[in-house]
Ligand binder design. Structure first.
Ligand code: AMP
Ligand code: MG
Length: 355
């Protein structure tokens, strides 16, 4: 687990305690486990402690199966075997998780003009984001272009539970949506177990059901990307809402003294510069997770175009300029309570069609 997600967990824990439980007679119950290279947790009101206890083994098995299928660190994983077969004629049977990740990636790519693209995997590797071993010097433009030629979801096909990557050297990495997907699976399992009021968290990707107390909704903190210990404000979350944050503090490499974010612009083959953090609320974890990664790539100028396609888009972008400021959609601002120091540093963005 990286340090960023650990710190984020601490901030969330503190906030949940303050917001959800400490004034109740019985504090909420939280169960935590390790999966997908980070912490996962479920928080429920004390009344549901026994139900949570009962469903916990199934939940941890579920996230373990997603992690096992989708990890790129294990050469035997379902995804690694598909990647290794790139260039072969035949379709290969793959896990339902892999199929759903490809289909979800296509939907998010369509909404974001291809800014979300799991086939950036060879670029992620070239820039050293997964290995933690960045190249000593900036890769040359020629080298980037050669790898870029193998990027694009058009190289990937899915049919009847089978998948195929038709071009040798193309590979996928679902690090941009897998946690949000895991959150959705946990959410559904908890609901099926009769647990209505809960918060699921996998490495900062959240989804809530119901409310922590009858009188108020779940509230979570939006962390200042420049200062782990401070919040930019708080967000209210309602039944079924999911939240994801992509941040430059999450994972980065330093090449020749400059810091590069772990998110790659599939148009240029280079890590994104200029953005510090993006938070998205959506009706499913997979959409929130994918969109936060994609909007990190696109930046504020593209927000009106994305809003045209998805008018309810609930997103806030924090440019990589101190002190922090927010560029947010109206749906985000409706549920956001800013910290005093950012109150006059917020810009609302509307869809291009309404201008
Ligand atoms: P997140 O923290 O959800 O924004 O996801 C970041 C991860 O997504 C990276 O560590 C990469 O594994 C992967 N990734 C990087 N750039 C992209 C991109 N443009 N589209 C999809 N996935 C990406
Ligand atoms: Mg994401």
């Amino acid at each position: 687990m990286n340090r960023g997600s650990f710190r984020r967990r601490l901030v969330l824990c503190a906030l949940l305690c303050g917001a959800a439980g400490c004034r109740q007679r019985q504090p909420p119950v939280r169960k935590t486990w390790l999966t997908m290279g980070t912490f996962a947790s479920v928080t429920v009101p004390a009344d549901d402690a026994r139900r949570l206890e009962k469903v916990l083994p199934a939940l941890t098995n579920l996230t373990a199966s997603v992690a096992a299928d989708l990890t790129v660190y294990d050469p035997e994983s379902d995804l690694s075997r598909l990647n290794a077969a790139a260039g072969e004629e035949a379709f290969q049977r793959v896990s339902p998780h892999t199929v759903r990740m490809i289909e979800a990636s296509r939907r998010i790519a369509a909404l974001t003009d291809g800014a979300f693209d799991p086939t950036v995997a060879p670029l992620v590797e070239m820039w050293g984001f997964n290995t933690g071993a960045p190249p000593a010097r900036m890769p040359s433009a020629d080298r980037i272009d050669r790898v870029l030629a193998r990027v694009g979801l058009e190289h990937v096909s899915v049919s009847n539970g089978m998948a195929r990557i038709r071009t040798a050297g193309v590979a996928m990495d679902f690090g941009g949506i897998a946690k949000g997907y895991g959150v959705d699976l946990c959410y559904d399992m908890l609901r099926d177990a009769g647990i209505e009021n809960m918060m699921v968290n996998i490495g900062g990707n959240l989804r809530v059901g119901g409310r922590p107390e009858a009188a108020r909704p779940w509230r979570i903190g939006v962390r200042d990307p420049f200062d782990n210990n401070r919040l930019l404000g708080t967000l209210s979350l309602f039944d079924g809402d999911a939240v994801a944050t992509s941040g430059h503090y999450e994972r980065f490499v330093t090449i020749a003294g400059r810091r590069y974010a772990h998110i790659i612009d599939p148009r240029t083959g280079r890590p994104v510069a200029g953005m510090a953090g993006v938070t998205v609320v959506d009706r499913a974890g997979v959409a929130a997770d994918g969109l936060s990664t994609a909007l990190f790539v696109l930046g504020p100028d593209a927000l009106p175009a994305v809003l045209d396609k998805r008018p309810a888009l609930c997103a806030a972008l924090v440019p990589d300029v101190r002190p922090p400021s927010l560029i947010a959609t109206p749906a985000f601002l409706d549920r956001f309570t800013p910290a005093a120091r950012v109150r006059d540093r917020i810009r609302s963005i509307r869809s291009a069609e309404r201008d």
